[in-house]
Write a protein that binds this ligand. Sequence first.
Ligand code: FMN
Length: 232
Amino acid sequence: MYSNTINQNHQIIQLYGNQNSKGSVIMKVLAILGSPIRRRNNEFLLNKVIQGLEDHIPKDETVEVDFVSVQSLKVSPCIACDRCTRIKGCVFQDDMSYLYKAFNDSDVILFSSPLYFNSVSAQAKAIIDRCQAIFSSKYVLKDPMIDRNRKRLGLFISTAGVDMNDDTELFKGTLPVMDLFFRSINTEYVGNLFIGNVDRVKTSDNPEASHAAREWGRRLVNSYSNPASSQN
Ligand SMILES: Cc1cc2nc3c(=O)[nH]c(=O)nc-3n(C[C@H](O)[C@H](O)[C@H](O)COP(=O)(O)O)c2cc1C
């Protein structure tokens, strides 16, 4: 039903700590744009986090970013067929096959989504629900689809139309969803970048949002290369 399109639709970007030389890859980043629309608020913030990472890559080292947009992904929603409780993996062979491997191979996962009805977008939720196959592989089949010992850091980025000053709990509904998602992929959920009021003030016109996003880039590089400094 769903074909695999990922090979044409993701972009691998190499970022170098030193413009003149390519170093070894110290960190692999998977950046998922969960907005169905390109070049808007979530994409802007994702790019700013990536810029922040780039600014702090140690000299002679390289960070590889795999940028994936849900706009061009084919990910079927979970149909609760329960096959993953009997056979490792998912019954669907669509772009989720790529993401299962990418989750496993990543050190940092940037997951972005606009706030839709106080939750994540339907496209983002389809990806999350399909992680049920990983859950089953670990807890039912006892044959994990993911390396549970690899250290991974996860940041959730979300934007909303409502102003956070008008609703201090605006993003609350997303928190348990993202918590369970990051647990399912054995990723430490290190924090959130939440920006409200974007239908009036775009993130690209909001210097504080840009600054906060770049700061997350810096923190992720620091936390990854030096766990003791995760608060810096
Ligand atoms: C289907 C839909 C549901 C939305 N639900 C909410 C909501 O519950 N709360 C809110 O503050 N904004 C809501 N919005 C506004 C979006 O969150 C806002 O336009 C979005 O953050 C923009 O992200 P993007 O430009 O990256 O696509 C909704 C928008 C759409 C299209």
